[in-house]
Design a protein around this ligand. Structure first.
Ligand SMILES: C[S@@+](CC[C@H](N)C(=O)[O-])C[C@H]1O[C@@H](n2cnc3c(N)ncnc32)[C@H](O)[C@@H]1O
Length: 228
């Protein structure tokens, strides 16, 4: 893991008006510049969460970042009776001042604004009840060195939202997909915005059945992997 001071992202606006962050050290954005909310909704909510039929869903996220995926998941859960246990790993937590400037809560749901900040204010390492049906556990750790035994229950849904494989190849290794396969419950799903053949083959090698599905605007395809 690089020194935390070497990841100092700046806010940029994407095509749907929602913010993303740009990391100059990696020359990489946190989300699609074609629309951050649009991308997260499409990849993680529409193609992942809405595909899970269970009433209680365990989610593991790689890269908490801006908390956008967690927030969208919480808002979606509020519309249903589903209970979500959300675990997310992050090596470079964002500064509080930067978080206050992100426009997601205003763009998405003015009446649920406080939940966005509760997600960010939640203590690291502890399971925190954020709303009636959303429990969050944020882990401040390097995913490349992650001790998977810290997660004792199997996960129904994995949001694989690391920076792109050409920017952070260590995050997309065969060993990591093997570990994620073990972590997945029966019929568990993994979704990612990435559609690279090499990534798809690693998922298959791990044991997943993979689907190439339409990506969000600006991206032809994405991947969904299922443990059958
Ligand atoms: C593509 S961004 C997505 C973040 C988040 N899901 C969001 O919507 O804002 C990738 C995230 O992975 C985090 N990250 C980078 N290297 C990591 C590592 N070695 N371990 C854990 N997280 C890492 C970054 O800090 C960043 O938050």
């Amino acid at each position: 893991m690089a020194g935390e001071e070497s990841m100092k992202p700046i806010i940029e606006k994407t095509a749907d008006g929602s913010h993303t962050l740009f990391v100059s050290e990696l020359d990489e954005h946190y989300h699609s510049v074609n629309g951050a909310i649009q991308e997260s909704n499409h990849v993680f909510i529409e193609t992942g969460l809405k595909h899970c039929e269970k009433d209680t869903i365990s989610i593991f996220e790689v890269g908490f970042g801006t908390g956008l995926n967690a927030y969208l998941t919480l808002l979606e859960a509020k519309k249903s009776d589903k209970v979500i246990y959300y675990t997310s790993i992050e090596a470079y937590p964002l500064d509080k001042d930067l978080i206050r400037e992100l426009n997601y809560p205003h763009q998405l749901s003015a009446d649920s604004l406080s939940y966005f900040y509760r997600l960010h204010d939640a203590e690291w390492g502890a399971e925190v009840k954020i709303s009636d049906n959303f429990y969050l556990r944020k882990l401040h750790a390097d995913f490349v060195q992650f001790d998977f035994s810290q997660i004792t229950n199997q996960q129904d849904l994995i949001y694989f939202d690391a920076f792109a494989p050409d920017k952070q190849p260590d995050m997309w290794s065969q060993d990591i997909f093997n570990q994620l396969y073990k972590l997945s419950s029966a019929q568990g799903i993994l979704v990612t915005y990435c559609a690279k053949g090499v990534v798809r083959r690693m998922m298959q090698q791990a044991g997943y059945t993979t689907e190439r599905l339409p990506g969000p605007p600006g991206k032809r395809e994405m991947l969904r992997a299922t443990k059958r």
